[in-house]
Design a binder for this molecule. Sequence first.
Ligand code: SAM
Ligand code: DTB
Ligand code: SF4
Length: 335
Amino acid sequence: MTTDTLKEQTVRLHTSRAPDTQARRWQVEAIEALFDLPFADLLHRAQTVHREHHNPQEIELATLLSVKTGGCPEDCGYCPQSVHHDTGVAAAKLMDVEAVRTAVRAARSAGATRFCMGAAWRAPKDRDVAAVAELVRVVKAEGLEACATLGMLDEGHAEQLRDAGLDFYNHNLDSDPGFYGDIISTRDYQDRLDTLQRVRGAGVKVCCGGIVGMGESRRQRAGLVAQLANLTPDYPESVPINHLVKVAGTPLADQPDLDPFEFVRTIAVARITMPRAKVRLSAGRQQMGEAVQALCFLAGANSIFYGDKLLTTGNPDVDADRALLARLGLRARQG
Ligand code: SAM
Ligand code: DTB
Ligand code: SF4
């Protein structure tokens, strides 16, 4: 089949107003054909889908906090928190309840509606889950949506977190299955899918995305999006699209820069294939500049990580983000 024929098919698919159900499985070729569209056509398509499902002026503000930093036994090639890479990140124990409460209150005062706690674990132990459940209760008591990303979950863990009030669990697929082994060797793709099933099975909403700019091909970017869009029984409620943050000491520190328009295309394709999801413009905003961020919003991103820090690396400061949203006529989503 020629690319043109595929492009025409893709165009028909999205102009025939097919019902937005999971009965449709996205083929990698059809997603690649979206990537291959002229930039303006792709953005127009993404905007159209975005406006059918979302208020285009609203951006969700999610604040991240690393509640347990560094010392992680996994070897994820991008990650400054792995013990396999010498990045200078100091390992710290799980934060205590009062320190987390202070951070939650600060996030709420700054206008965040979601609070996401990250822990550098391969998989939390039973006692870790119990301790994080206490932190989830703090987030809920302060009136924010609660999200956690703790690594792989064992049986019963997702239920315990749900019972504490957890709204979302973040666990990323990170890349196309065929590229994954180039980046991580200590756990496999299926482990990630199993954790996502446990999260869904417990009735916790799924936050799942990936990283772009690790040296993958366009087809592999399409492959990642296909994995996300085809997750069963439904695609994730939240889809963080991270741009690789190159951290000195990691194997990906000297990765050549990705064309910024390719990143924008990835956002647009995520929006088209997962129309109801919050598509989060995630790591890498500080490095990409405001014009590229504006294009990402145009492409259908409607959520950002908000706060001066991601987990261990920098993020635009709160005042700069408020100013950017105001200049673009965007406003923070309320609750
Ligand atoms: N340890 C847990 C895990 O991996 O599931 C949770 C925390 S981990 C830091 C969460 C996600 O952060 C990763 O899956 C990856 O997508 C993202 N991430 C980590 N380092 C990054 C980097 N340098 N650039 C972009 N995204 C990154
Ligand atoms: C996600 O997809 N991105 C966030 C969050 N989920 C946990 C993490 C980004 C981390 C960037 C590198 C760092 O700050 O350590
Ligand atoms: Fe550990 Fe998560 Fe970093 Fe991988 S991404 S090294 S699992 S903290």
